[in-house]
Design a protein around this ligand. Structure first.
Ligand code: NAD
Length: 335
């Protein structure tokens, strides 16, 4: 029929459709007092969006958002999102970031990690459904496990050991992805899933066990920098500002995901350690220590989807991001 043909012809290409910007006026950020959550709260406020930050301070600290508490659009509420969650008033965006995220944290908190990925995600989705809000799940490249496809596109199903030590985190996020998809199909909730690759920047905890803050802490203290295995395993590391841009672009699009957000620049862990030592102007040496069980050998996002549907690309290179992060750690030390 001609009218149908006309409609089809005037439809934008799918990748264009997802660039139609949505605007938000009030967002809920679960895990908002954590490393990534605090940067998201800040970026949302800068964009004129009111923010309700929900956090039980399990692995985050109020200090991360202390500079925001006097902002008229910001509310910080202590809340365990695995309990009943209620937020009064209108909400048009729910960003679900609550979860222990570093191996040190989730190995110490295995049940809390599974509970927040399961019950916490039910509650956050329930909130989005009740408010008619867009929902964005912070998933992870760990859903790919120790990948056998490289680089990893979103279509790769992963290689995860459910009963290994990292299974609590990887499977809780895989469950959260499945639950998010079920809410979309069963309840029509407007959902999105972002698979976040290793991200670094200011407000990481020096003792959270992740490679970059550990290396920086050790280099600034002049201690040996401990590299796992022979350091040939690779990571692709994204500066936090780039990650936040990608997440907000995904939220503003109508895309359901999953979408990889990460920097495809791939470095070996040994190179990362050497660059940190040089960047910190340190005389530290490298000490090789045993590799953790199920530590992935390679990790690199295929970012074709983010580039085509969101027009997103990372802009901060490793040298620049490392400089900014070392400066922040130095300032913290001086305090
Ligand atoms: P983080 O530990 O700094 O932040 C997590 C926050 O969630 C903390 O403030 C913690 O107190 C809070 N939290 C945990 N359980 C909670 C609960 N039951 N109720 C309320 N708050 C709770 O970690 P992060 O690096 O900022 O990671 C944030 C999210 O991004 C996580 O979901 C993580 O899985 C995901 N992610 C992060 C990275 C990364 O490189 N940082 C990579 C992939 C995925």
């Amino acid at each position: 029929m001609p009218s149908v043909q006309h409609t089809q012809q005037s439809q934008p290409a799918p990748e264009q459709a997802y660039r139609e910007p949505r605007t938000f006026s009030r967002a809920v950020v679960t895990g908002g007092a954590g490393f990534l959550g605090s940067h998201l709260c800040e970026a949302l406020l800068d964009a004129g969006v009111e923010v309700v930050c929900l956090d039980n301070f399990l692995t985050g600290v109020p200090d991360n958002v202390a500079h925001l508490v006097d902002h008229p659009g910001f509310r910080l509420r202590r809340c365990d999102i695995t309990e009943y969650v209620h937020v009064s008033g209108e909400v048009d965006l729910v960003l679900h970031f609550a979860s222990p995220a570093s191996p040190v944290d989730y190995l110490k908190l295995p049940l809390e990690t599974m509970k927040v990925g399961a019950t916490g995600t039910w509650n956050a989705l329930g909130l989005a459904r009740a408010k008619g809000a867009r929902f964005l799940l912070a998933s992870t490249s760990e859903t790919y496990g120790d990948p056998q496809v490289h680089p990893q596109p979103e279509t790769y199903w992963g290689h995860v050991n459910p009963v290994g030590p990292r299974g609590v985190y990887d499977e809780s996020k895989r469950y959260a992805e499945a639950l998010t998809t079920a809410y979309r199909t069963a309840h029509g909730v407007d959902t999105a899933i972002v698979r976040i690759f290793n991200t670094y920047g200011p407000r990481m905890r020096a003792a959270d066990g992740r490679a970059i803050p550990t290396f920086i802490r050790q280099a600034l203290a002049g201690e040996p920098v401990t590299v796992a295995g022979d350091g040939s395993q690779t990571r692709s590391i994204c500066y936090v500002d780039d990650l936040v841009d990608g997440i907000l672009a995904l939220a503003a699009s109508g895309h359901p995901g999953p979408v990889n957000i990460g920097n495809p620049e791939e470095l070996s862990v040994r190179e990362i350690a050497e660059d940190v030592i040089a960047g910190a102007g340190s005389a530290s040496t490298i000490e090789y220590v045993p590799r953790p069980v199920d530590d992935p050998q390679v990790r690199r996002p295929d970012t074709t989807l983010a580039r085509t549907v969101l027009g997103w690309e990372p802009r901060v290179g490793w040298a620049d991001g490392l400089k900014r992060t070392v400066e922040w750690f130095r300032e913290q030390q001086a305090r």
